[in-house]
Ligand binder design. Structure first.
Ligand code: SIN
Ligand code: MN
Length: 249
């Protein structure tokens, strides 16, 4: 995997960059196995209702741990791309498996991740997500949608939409008519790196195909977090060996 200067420029201009074949078919298969039978996903899964009441289910943790999810989150393919795109050293913030399951997965309302994370005390929006597709993601099964360049808007006001946090609906009308909406269709093993102020959403999954993904989130090591309980590890994210996911075969 190679991140070029052009990738970095695209990230700065658009707020995201999509890399294909970051994880191999075998690595994806092992992650799917960990979704279906692994302890961490089973223990931390909860639902978050969208505006229509349909549940978008996810499993989220703040500790790296020592399982396949830690191996992916410390993979040099991910961490080095994160450092280059952030432009500085990174700390692990959290990992989450998004379980947008066939015929039942709910929507995610338009939001910026920093709309959530600002309230968790992060001073600057110097955070990034690496969204790895575990299943093929298409328009039909509710792939991620992004508004190109929306990270340049800065942080918008967010409020409650169902049980989720959504960007100000009135302002969203004008933003949606101004910026390009991109449906990010992805092959398993592809990774979308996106800025914490990029507006994104996804439709419910009414199709017969699962659309599961693993999202690794990082904070700039030098980005302070207010408050007593730090949710971001205050140390550089460790970098494992390139083949470390395969030890879970
Ligand atoms: C989704 O999986 O559709 C939403 C992901 C996110 O909000 O980060
Ligand atoms: Mn998000």
């Amino acid at each position: 995997m190679f991140l070029s200067q052009e990738h970095k420029w695209n990230y700065e201009r658009d707020g995201y960059v999509l890399l294909t074949d970051v994880f191999s078919p075998l690595e994806v298969k092992l992650m799917i196995r960990a979704v279906e039978s692994g302890e961490r996903v089973a223990q931390t899964t909860h639902g978050s209702a969208d505006a229509s009441g349909k549940k978008a289910r996810l499993a989220l943790w703040h500790e790296l741990g020592d399982d396949i999810w830690a191996a992916a989150s410390t993979s040099p393919r991910i961490v080095n791309a994160v450092r280059i795109l952030l432009g500085e050293e990174a700390a692990f913030f959290h990992g989450k498996v998004m379980l947008k399951e066939a015929r039942s997965g709910g929507a995610w309302e338009w939001h910026q991740d920093y709309g959530y994370w600002y309230d968790q005390g992060f001073l600057f929006p110097r955070l990034i997500s690496a969204f790895a597709a575990l299943d093929t993601a298409t328009i039909e099964n509710g792939c991620l949608q992004v508004l190109r360049g929306s990270h340049h808007l800065g942080r918008l006001d967010h409020g409650r939409v169902g049980q989720q946090t959504g960007a100000d609906a009135h302002r969203m009308e004008l933003i949606e008519s101004t910026l390009d909406r991109v449906y990010v269709e992805m092959k398993p093993g592809s990774v979308l790196f996106f800025h914490s102020n990029l507006l994104h959403s996804s439709a419910p999954n009414n199709s017969p195909h699962h659309r599961r993904s693993f999202i690794m989130c990082y904070n700039a090591l030098a980005n302070p977090q207010l408050g007593e309980r730090k949710t971001s590890e205050q140390r550089p994210v460790p970098v494992g060996a390139d083949e470390c996911i395969l030890q879970f075969a």
